[in-house]
Design a binder for this molecule. Structure first.
Ligand SMILES: Nc1ncnc2c1ncn2[C@@H]1O[C@H](COP(=O)(O)OP(=O)(O)OP(=O)(O)O)[C@@H](O)[C@H]1O
Ligand SMILES: [Mg+2]
Length: 263
């Protein structure tokens, strides 16, 4: 059974593309035939962070009816298949997001899991990915504005017949002012299925155009992304690179602090 996930947020810059790429990479590593698709057609980043920014055919051309889907599929890290969007404004103008559902139907014939990286906000091209996926995962940062925007996205998703699987809290820190897991679950009415720490290696890995789970596999953010991916894939989570005691303690403290803190 194919499962399609849309990674969405509401507020921009919460970590959707980072998560789509890294979850996809790990799911592929866990043996699942996985596709990641950049549905953020206006501000496409997936190709850039994977070094695929100059490829000849992208989702833009497919959605403009100029190329078949098969020509816009590229090999990514650990065998994940990547369908990037183009970076040209002209390409964006010509792409018709209404065809996204047809593209998805073609891709799901070939894979176990499809991850769709959604744009921020609630524009037309942002709404379609919320409606066509089996499950929507909301990425929130530990601040009120991010939570409020995620709530709007959740309400919109349900209004158009979509389903929210849960939220991932990204860029979590030990700051007392961070919104707690309890608060997020209470406000959004969904479970927090992942707690990814703020980790400078995320940006470093991007500079190398390599997912953090590959470049820095035992970095704190990588460890948590691997755990979330294992949950999704239904495999046992084993971290081959044993965490150093200090990293383990940090992740433990972070989880305890964010779970127990009541606002
Ligand atoms: N856990 C993290 N720790 C540190 N930096 C992070 C983390 N997650 C993401 N970032 C950084 O945050 C920035 C935004 O991430 P990303 O592009 O994945 O967000 P996005 O939600 O896709 O943004 P947009 O809404 O613009 O598409 C990037 O610079 C990324 O490197
Ligand atoms: Mg993005």
């Amino acid at each position: 059974m194919v499962v399609t996930y849309t990674i969405a947020s509401g507020k921009g810059g919460t970590g959707k593309t980072t998560l789509s790429v890294n979850l996809g990479t790990m799911l592929a590593q866990y043996g699942k035939e996985t596709y990641i698709m950049d549905a953020d057609m206006g501000m496409a980043n997936m190709g850039i962070i994977l070094g695929l920014e100059n490829v000849p055919v992208t989702l833009h051309e497919v959605l403009a009816g100029k190329a078949p889907v098969s020509e816009a599929i590229y090999e990514g890290p650990c065998g994940v298949k990547v369908v990037p969007s183009g970076i040209s404004l002209q390409g964006f103008q010509n792409a018709d997001p209404e065809h996204l559902r047809d593209v998805m139907k073609e891709i799901v014939n070939q894979c176990d899991i499809l991850i769709i990286d959604a744009p921020a906000g609630i524009s037309r091209d942002g709404v379609i990915p919320l409606a066509i996926a089996d499950e929507v995962i909301l990425v929130v940062n530990p601040e009120l504005s991010s939570m409020v925007d995620a709530l709007k996205t959740k309400i919109l998703t349900e209004l158009i017949g979509g389903h929210v699987k849960g939220a991932i809290l990204n860029r979590a820190t030990l700051e007392k002012t961070d919104v707690s897991v309890h608060k997020i679950e209470e406000v959004l009415g969904v479970k927090v299925i992942g707690l990814i720490p703020e980790d400078p290696n995320v940006r470093r890995a991007t500079a190398y155009k390599t997912p953090i789970v590959v470049k820095y596999p035992d970095s704190p953010a990588s460890v948590e992304i691997k755990r979330i991916a294992a949950d999704i894939a239904g495999v046992e989570f084993k971290n081959p690179q044993l965490l150093s005691k200090s990293k383990e303690k940090f992740l433990d403290r972070l989880a305890r602090s964010l779970i127990r803190r009541e606002k």
